[in-house]
Design a protein around this ligand. Structure first.
Ligand code: ASP
Ligand code: MG
Length: 443
């Protein structure tokens, strides 16, 4: 049995939480690959160094480096680590300090230099956590092979399969716990890269896939994915199991727990991804799977800040090419469209309410009459396989009977039934749908 356990920044944010990580890893069984993020706040601190350097602000860069090194040093101290770890940490900080004048002389922070700075967070957190766990440390740059798109490097999955089988798997015949860093990698020629902010989940999923792991656990600071926004729906609870598509849909509605694309490599290989809470390890968790997750609705999500653009035109009647012309206008103004509904002579689309739409509206007016409704919210009932189940629409709309609905959409994804309504009606609508689907014995 092989498990990948990934711990995010808040899970390794202090000596106390790292002790908790140690208990969780210790309680798990079999071979364990522990993937850690930088200590909470450290990546942001490194970004500050880069931003200061970009301004040519040496003092700012030195001060930001001071904060980063203090945070790391205090964690190392609080964990009572000594000897080689402290030396290694000091080497890393010295390396960073030496980069500052070099970059200032160059007068530019190249993407390659930025990654050399950003990687420090995970380089340090991984050997510190390894030392505290008494586990083997493996520098992720030995196995996470990427291209050279610095800042958002693309992993080379074939190369990773090879490095994992040649460099990681043999180690598991000697030890049962290995710690490595998320987010960081290296090109084939050994130049340090990063996968983009929040990239540690992606690392974990890629390693899980290359290892053929039995599961990939993402340890964070919330109880998995919730059936609704707990700030608006106090009865919201953890969804025990979700299909990958459902998780992706929820992420679009602002579930910040994870970016579903990042776990795709694991899901594609049939490896379940489990979202768990480091601070309540026995509490509820969400398992994300790639095959059928059991029918039924999973969550009701809400997105504020939506505007509806209605376009009416008799020119639409019985012709072709009108929609192409219409969407060409959105393309030209670089306005992303979310929901779309059409009738014979009108089209309604939703867009981000924070955009200035005047120029778009002026051009759209050449095609027909345009109305904008601002201050709307979208409410989406999420559950895969909606098209094959009857009665969902009836239940959904019957609880909204006295709430004014401005737009409706279902079908495209087969995982979401959405309505748009005035923002002031959204909390009440959300609670009613949640009650109807998730509090009356419905799973
Ligand atoms: N430390 C990196 C970040 O904060 C990567 C991660 O935490 O996933 O973006
Ligand atoms: Mg982070």
């Amino acid at each position: 049995m092989v498990t990948v356990l990934k711990f995010g920044g808040t899970s390794v944010g202090s000596a106390a939480t790292i002790r908790q990580v140690s208990r969780i890893v210790g309680a798990a069984e079999g071979k364990r690959l522990v993937v850690v993020s930088a200590f909470a706040g450290v990546t942001n601190g490194l970004v500050e160094i880069i931003e200061s350097l970009e301004r040519g602000d040496e003092q700012g860069a030195v001060a930001a480096l001071g904060h980063v090194s203090e945070r790391c040093a205090s964690i190392i101290h609080d964990l009572s680590l000594q000897g080689a770890v402290v030396e290694k940490y000091e080497e890393e900080i010295a390396r960073l300090r030496a980069l500052i004048p070099a970059i200032l002389t160059l007068g530019e922070v190249t993407p390659r230099a930025a990654d050399a700075i950003l990687a420090t967070g995970e380089i340090v957190s991984s050997f510190v956590v390894a030392a505290f766990l008494g586990a083997l440390h493996l520098d992720a740059r030995m196995i996470m092979i990427t291209d050279d798109s610095f800042g958002a490097a693309h992993p080379d999955e074939a190369a990773i399969a090879q490095t994992v089988s040649e460099r990681l798997v043999p180690l598991f015949s000697q030890v049962s716990i290995i710690v490595t860093g998320g987010y960081i990698g290296a090109t084939k020629t050994g130049v340090t890269t990063t996968l983009g902010r929040g990239g540690s989940d992606y690392s974990a999923a890629l390693f899980a896939a290359a290892l053929g792991a039995d599961r990939c656990e993402i340890w964070t600071d919330v109880n998995g994915l919730m059936s609704s926004d707990p700030r608006l729906v106090p009865t919201a609870r953890t969804v025990p199991m979700l299909h990958y598509d459902e998780a992706a849909e929820l992420a679009f509605f602002g579930a910040k727990v994870l970016h579903p694309l990042t776990i795709q490599p694991a899901v594609r290989c049939g490896i379940p991804v489990v979202i768990r809470n480091t601070f309540f390890p026995d509490g509820a968790a969400t398992r994300i799977v790639g095959t059928v997750s059991g029918g039924g609705m999973k969550a009701v999500a809400c997105r504020h800040g939506v505007a509806i653009v209605h376009i009416r035109s008799n020119r639409m009647l019985g012709t072709y090419g009108f929609l192409a012309e219409l969407f060409e206008v959105f393309r030209r103004h670089r306005v992303a469209v979310d929901m779309v509904t059409t009738s014979e002579v009108s089209v309604s689309v939703t867009v981000d309410d924070s955009l200035a739409l005047d120029a778009l509206v002026a051009d759209l007016s050449l095609l027909g009459s345009v109305d904008i409704e601002r201050g709307c919210s979208q409410i989406a009932l999420v559950g895969a396989g909606m098209r094959r189940q009857s009665g969902i629409g009836a239940r959904f709309f019957s609880v909204l009977r006295d709430i004014n609905i401005l737009m409706v959409s279902m079908g495209a994804s087969d995982t979401n039934l959405s309505v748009v309504l005035a923002e002031k009606d959204a909390p009440e609508a959300l609670r009613r749908v949640h009650t109807a689907f998730f509090e009356k014995g419905e799973e």
